[in-house]
Design a protein around this ligand. Structure first.
Ligand SMILES: NC(=O)c1ccc[n+]([C@@H]2O[C@H](COP(=O)([O-])OP(=O)(O)OC[C@H]3O[C@@H](n4cnc5c(N)ncnc54)[C@H](O)[C@@H]3O)[C@@H](O)[C@H]2O)c1
Length: 312
């Protein structure tokens, strides 16, 4: 198949490009390089790369020519960045998705795979795990835009039959991620023996999904038909202070764990509990993310930080 990945030079997109190239697909990447280029040299040589903004309709039409599927991942993210840039966040999400839908119609693309987020559950009330049917509660511009796009894609399927799958990622972590996210930030602090900074009591929980499992889920979801929303979650709940402690131990760091008050602009993001159900993914794709956090963190340490510190 020919596949376009918007945001394909980013963390998830670059891993997805590795996988799709390995599977023998023809891959086009469209990325503004807002966050640099995380594509490996080998993969870069095997893809067609277009530097451009997903808000530019002409570029999206050109990039998606002849494509069967579009993975639409281009987005502004990172809590502090989104909190400081709510308008750009909305623009990239809403205009970008509008362009991806329009270009799909022009070029007869069969399916859009959209990167949504567990963030749209916000402060949703739940007992065991968050399922796709639960009433969502998006509070931030980022989460609202993601939910808007899920509905937008659903309505397009109803009205015009354009197939789309919205993937609700739960805290993806892995190699090549940068320190906008908590796992690489804690690793960096630990490797430098600086304080590991945890907001609040650190008792807030998140569900961490390893990148390899995330990519496997994305690829399997390409087989789904119609319009669906699917959680990609590991179904394990970890307190942030546990994550800090695990990283401190894996890196054998002398860092202390410091508990600090979250800046006011982060309040809407400070959710007490978040853990997802991947039952729907299992039902449709016969697969669930399964890498234990300790194993994923160990892999990152060995393959990224240990190698780098040995080479330094
Ligand atoms: N990483 C996670 O834990 C997580 C969780 C939930 C959802 N997501 C979603 O998954 C997708 C990928 O996330 P990621 O972690 O790889 O982030 P990332 O920031 O590494 O990748 C996003 C990419 O989009 C590009 N981009 C930004 N604005 C653009 C624009 N206007 N035009 C073209 N390209 C642009 C950036 O340069 C970057 O390469 C995003 O849509 C994100 O919202 C990620």
């Amino acid at each position: 198949m020919k596949v376009l990945i918007t945001g394909g030079a980013g963390f998830i997109g670059s891993h997805l490009a590795d996988r799709l190239v390995n599977d023998g697909h023809e891959v086009v990447v469209l990325d503004s390089l807002l966050r640099g280029n995380k594509l490996s040299k080998d993969t870069f040589q095997c893809i067609h790369f277009i530097k451009g903004d997903v808000r530019n309709i002409d570029i999206v039409i050109t990039a998606s020519k002849g494509c069967d599927v579009i993975f639409h991942l281009a987005a502004v993210l990172g809590v502090d960045i989104v909190a400081d840039n709510p308008v750009e966040t909305m623009d990239v999400e809403v205009i970008g998705t509008r362009n991806v839908i329009f270009a799909s119609e022009v070029n007869n693309v069969k399916k859009i795979m959209y990167a949504s987020t567990s963030g749209i559950y916000g402060h949703s009330v739940f007992e065991k795990t968050l399922t796709e049917e639960i009433l969502v509660d998006p509070k931030t511009s980022y989460a609202m835009a993601k939910r808007f796009n899920e509905i937008y894609l659903a309505s397009h399927y109803q009205e015009r039959g354009l197939s789309s799958i919205s993937l609700r990622f739960f805290n993806v972590y892995g190699l090549r991620q940068d320190n906008r996210m908590v796992v690489p930030l804690f690793f960096e602090q630990a490797m430098l023996n600086q304080p590991i900074t945890v907001f609040g009591t650190g008792e807030q929980t998140r569900d961490f999904t390893f990148i390899d499992d995330t990519i496997e889920s994305c690829v399997r979801c390409m087989e789904m038909a119609g319009n669906e929303i699917v959680n990609i979650a590991n179904e394990h709940e970890y307190q942030i202070k546990e994550v800090a402690q695990m990283i401190k131990e894996i890196t054998q760091s002398k860092s202390e764990i410091h508990y600090i008050e979250a800046p006011k602009k982060r309040y809407d993001y400070e959710v007490g509990r978040r853990v997802g159900s991947s039952d729907k993914l299992q039902q449709f794709c016969n697969y669930k993310p399964h890498t234990l956090l300790a194993d994923g963190l160990e892999k990152i340490y060995k393959e990224q930080y240990l190698k780098t510190s040995r080479n330094a």
